[in-house]
Design a protein around this ligand. Structure first.
Ligand code: C2E
Ligand code: CA
Ligand code: CA
Length: 722
């Protein structure tokens, strides 16, 4: 360093300088002052030498010295140190406030330069020149005010601001910047810009991307940029960066950061709410067009799609598959509505699997479904698949069910057909499928319309026949296995129309549909009692069985009616058997049970007809007001050679006996069947082997024929034993 005692010529210059000139070592100690220093600060030279220079600086300006030293030394290290004063590292003049001995403050300009070293061991010093600029005060007052306004503005803004000088060093920050980034004060005052940058970058979700941007901006000092920074902790800042200019010269870069996390969260909330709303609206809309049980389309949506398909390009195939479950009512009645619902859901699911994703499958209500195919190449294949889809049994609440469906297929071809006509055709075809024996599909044919007309005519004809008393009754003998004689006959309705016998399978359902069955049933009972009274009177163990449809039992006075008819005909109620099918017991109204119970109290017996068909099961028999089980002929027909093992038959008979019921087997046509059933201890046998149904005049010989046929069996058996 230059000696604190300069050469006389130099000293004269220094002493005459109007600026205060001081030499300060790195630790801040004053080593030299000139006369102007004494004048300016009001201290004597002795009072200043060896003191800390900060005593001369107003509060707020006392910390700059180390930074200046640091900067000067860095510059000095960068280039060769020369003794040339012009080349000595210098710090540009800065504004500062000095304090006089009397405590008054004044404004001055401070310029610093590093003193060149002669001796490497000497402490590093710098020369400081202070110029009193109080005279500029008036002019600066405005500037100071503007500055304070500016700094107040900077401090009050919500944005964090960082100014980086042209040299890349931090030139200033506002408090908001420090708190937004959570930068420790020590880090800032240590002037370690790299540490500050590291601290900042570490908080970002994607530091590399940020650094890339920073690098790009420094490569182009005039560039302005703006982006969004995502933090690891979930916050979001908006970042702006623009050059700091003095006149047209870029002197640094201003970075401002705005915490937009609350705004972002609010925006996200709004977006989420909007999405939820849109979803809900879509759901509501879907619900309006959806069958709530199966989730399939509803009738309305189906109609819309069908209408759209029919408006579509000419020549596009449009097919409607209308289908209905067979005997669904029984499932509902016997297993309950919950099971019925499960079945509908499963059927809906299987239907969907039979078609392409875009085909419409709708539930029209109840157990009726419809499929719309547009542009299908092979609707028959789809119809077949659909019928087949129920081949695999369904498990519902632990019960295995084998439902089936009947399907009608109608298509538009050359002839223009409107939607309602197309649906009507599918309906007619579906009806034809049911009539043809269910569990199948049929394509609409114009002849089907004819059978529809015939059906209507059948009902009208039946009405006339009932009114005219044209319904006749035939009797089929039922043979007792124990006695080998006919102890019972079953009354079966007969209708001869224009010389032709109409099968009961045709007119009984028609009568049930139209309600005529009530009159027919009463007529059969009355005729039966009247015609058979003499035969019944001969032996009190003989009985007359009549079929009773569920529709008849719906009438509350049925029990009284039966008794009144028996009374009027003079037949003992104990000689009457009413044959009902199992489904009558599962209607919601329990007065069916009450009626049958009342009848049984009066001595009338009840037989369960067609047992084993439909969804009935032995487990449900217990507790029903029933005396006899009639095993359906489909079971009897399983006996072919008589050698087979049929546990289902033996089981049925044994169980019925266990429940105290007698058993009648229907449809016995061969001696082998009769033998088999007798061996299983079946109580009574009915079938063509003995006799078909005959009108009353032919009944006596039919009864004899039956006994003979039974005796022939016995003869065979006796012969067989021998
Ligand atoms: P169902 O009550 O099961 O009557 C037995 C049916 O089986 C009768 O048919 C009878 O002729 C027939 N059958 C008797 N033995 C044999 C046999 O060995 N082999 C075969 N293959 N069939 C045999 P039908 O008279 O044609 O009656 C059919 C159904 O119509 C009856 O079945 C019954 O459900 C109903 N039905 C008949 N008359 C009446 C009635 O007055 N009222 C009600 N509600 N239904 C009736
Ligand atoms: Ca019957
Ligand atoms: Ca039967």
């Amino acid at each position: 360093m230059a000696s604190p005692h300069p050469a006389p010529a130099v000293e004269a210059v220094l002493e005459s300088s109007p600026d205060a000139i001081l030499v300060i070592t790195e630790d801040g100690t004053i080593r030299f002052v000139n006369a102007a220093t004494e004048r300016m600060f009001g201290y004597s030279r002795d009072e200043l030498l060896g003191q800390d220079h900060r005593m001369l600086l107003a509060e707020g300006f006392r910390s700059g010295q180390q930074r200046i030293f640091f900067a000067l030394r860095k510059d000095a290290d960068a280039g060769p140190v020369t003794t040339d004063a012009m080349a000595a590292p210098a710090f540009p003049p800065v504004e500062a406030y000095g304090v006089r001995r009397d405590g008054t403050e004044f404004q001055g300009e401070v310029a610093c330069s590093l003193l060149a070293e002669d001796n490497a061991d000497a402490p590093i010093s710098m020369a400081v020149a202070v110029r009193d600029t109080s005279h500029r005060l008036a002019a600066d007052a405005g500037l100071r005010e503007a500055m304070s306004l500016l700094s107040a503005t900077l401090e009050s803004t919500a944005d964090g601001i960082l100014v980086v000088g042209g040299d890349g060093r931090i030139a200033g920050v506002n408090n908001q910047f420090v708190s937004m980034w959570g930068i420790p004060r020590e880090l800032l005052s240590a002037q370690n810009d790299d540490a500050v940058l590291g601290f900042v970058v570490d908080q970002l979700a994607d530091p590399a991307q940020f650094m890339e941007k920073v690098t790009a901006l420094y490569a182009d000092p005039t560039a302005e940029s703006h982006d969004v920074l995502d933090f690891r902790d979930g916050r979001t800042f908006e970042r702006y960066s623009r050059p700091q200019k003095v006149a047209d010269r870029v002197v640094g870069r201003v970075w401002s950061f705005r915490d937009v996390t609350p705004a972002r969260i609010a925006q996200e909330r709004i977006t989420r709410a909007m999405t939820d709303l849109a979803e809900q609206a879509a759901q509501l809309k879907a619900l309006a067009f959806q069958d709530p049980l199966t989730g399939l389309s509803n009738r309305q949506l189906f109609n819309d799609h069908l209408a759209a398909a029919l408006r579509g390009p000419c020549g596009t195939a449009v097919d409607v598959l209308l289908l209905d479950l067979d005997d669904f009512k029984e499932v509902n009645d016997i297993l309950g509505h919950h099971a019925g619902d499960q079945m509908l859901i499963e059927v809906g699911r299987r239907l969907r699997e039979c078609v392409r994703p875009n085909d419409v499958v709708a539930r029209l209500g109840g157990d009726e479904f419809v499929v719309l195919l547009v542009g299908s190449l092979d609707p028959e294949a789809v119809a077949e698949r659909t019928v087949d889809s129920l081949r695999v049994p369904l498990w519902i609440e632990g019960t295995m069910l084998r439902p089936s469906l009947s399907l009608g297929l109608a298509s538009i071809h050359e002839d223009a057909v409107d939607a309602s006509e197309l649906l009507r055709r599918a309906d007619v075809a579906m009806y034809a499928a049911k009539t043809a024996g269910k569990n199948r599909y049929l394509r609409f044919r114009p002849e089907m319309m004819k059978s529809l007309v015939e059906r209507t005519e059948l009902e009208a004809g039946l009405r006339v026949a009932v009114d005219a008393g044209q319904i006749a009754v035939h009797y089929q003998p039922i043979v007792s296995s124990r006695l080998g004689v006919v102890v019972k006959v079953e009354a079966l309705a007969r209708w001869v129309r224009d010389g032709e016998t109409v099968p009961p399978e045709q007119f009984i359902p028609a009568a049930e549909r139209s309600g005529l069955i009530v009159e027919i049933g009463t007529e059969v009972l009355l005729k039966g009692c009247t015609e058979l009274k003499p035969w019944l009177a001969e032996d009190s163990s003989r009985a007359l069985a009549v079929n009773v449809s569920g529709v008849q039992l719906q009438h509350g006075d049925f029990a009284e009616l039966v008794q009144a008819v028996a009374r009027s005909a003079g037949v003992d109620p104990r000689q009457l058997v009413l044959e009902v099918t199992e489904s009558v017991f599962f209607d919601d109204d329990c007065h069916v049970i009450q009626q049958l119970t009342a009848l049984r109290t009066a001595g009338v017996r009840v037989a369960l007809d067609d047992f084993g068909t439909g969804y009935s099961s032995l487990g449900r028999l217990q507790g029903l007001p029933v005396d006899t089980l009639k095993i359906d002929q489909s079971f009897t027909s399983m006996i072919r050679t008589g050698e087979e093992n049929l546990p289902i038959l033996s089981c049925m008979i044994a169980m019925a006996h266990g429940l105290g019921l007698t058993v009648t087997a229907e449809g016995v046509e061969t001696p082998a069947q009769a033998e088999y059933l007798i061996n299983l201890d079946c109580d009574s046998l009915q079938g063509f082997l003995f006799s078909g149904a005959e009108a009353q005049p032919a009944l006596a010989s039919a009864i004899d024929r039956s006994a003979n046929a039974f005796a022939a069996l016995r003869g065979d058996r006796v012969a067989g034993h021998r």
